[in-house]
Design a protein around this ligand. Structure first.
Ligand SMILES: Cc1cn([C@H]2C[C@H](O)[C@@H](COP(=O)(O)OP(=O)(O)O[C@H]3O[C@@H](C)C(=O)[C@@H](O)[C@H]3O)O2)c(=O)[nH]c1=O
Length: 181
């Protein structure tokens, strides 16, 4: 079969407009598996046509929360978020005032086993809670890091009411200080 006819990705819509879950297909054999991680040919309309940065994080504690982060315009970015070690509850909040799903959140489990990634579009805040120890995430960003443009929504904001699956074990001081809506 010609290589191009193999579809490597399954798109799974979510309850939020433009927020898509991607399942990376694994081609397995007795050695393990081969998997394409990202593809501008197969995902051309996908927000990340150009990869400006790839970032890698490790979070030690189970129950730790990072987020909810975004970059303000003109540095607003799309990111393709994947978990390569462990498992996380990954969450996006729609911050686009014109959107029918404005201020709604959506969460999905991303794990090393399920090979799922979240495509976070521009205009969303992103964060996650670790479900295991020593979780490693990889982010593909379509814009460079712009420290002066960092924005945040408080992950514990009762107006958004994200149903974090575990008690909060750890948050950075900066994340705890983000304002409530
Ligand atoms: C986000 C970022 C941080 N840094 C630096 C700033 C700081 O010294 C250190 C840790 O930064 P933070 O505490 O913001 O890292 P962290 O909380 O892991 O930030 C990340 O959170 C998740 C939820 C996201 O969605 C990511 O886009 C990113 O914002 O790394 C960079 O050099 N480049 C970057 O792109």
């Amino acid at each position: 079969m010609p290589e191009k006819s193999i579809s490597r990705f399954t798109r799974i819509p979510t309850a939020l407009d433009d927020l898509v879950l991607i399942e990376r297909r694994r081609l397995g054999d007795e050695r393990g598996f081969f998997s394409r991680f990202f593809c501008t040919e197969e995902l051309p309309d996908f927000g990340i046509g150009r990869i400006a940065q790839i970032n890698h994080t490790m979070t030690q504690a189970k129950g730790a929360i990072r987020g909810m982060h975004f970059q303000k315009p003109p540095h607003d970015e799309a990111k393709f978020v994947s978990c390569l070690v462990g498992a996380v509850f990954d969450v996006a909040v729609d911050l686009r005032p014109q959107s029918p799903t404005y201020l709604r959140w959506h969460g999905e489990i991303l794990s090393a086993e399920n090979a799922r990634s979240m495509m976070i579009p521009q205009g969303f805040a992103h964060g996650f809670q670790t479900l295991t120890e020593s979780c490693e995430l990889i982010y593909l960003h379509d814009k460079p890091y712009a420290p002066g443009a960092e924005g945040g929504v408080n992950a514990l904001d009762p107006k958004i009411a994200i149903a974090w699956p575990l008690p909060v074990a750890q948050m950075s001081e900066r994340d705890r200080g983000f304002p409530m809506l």
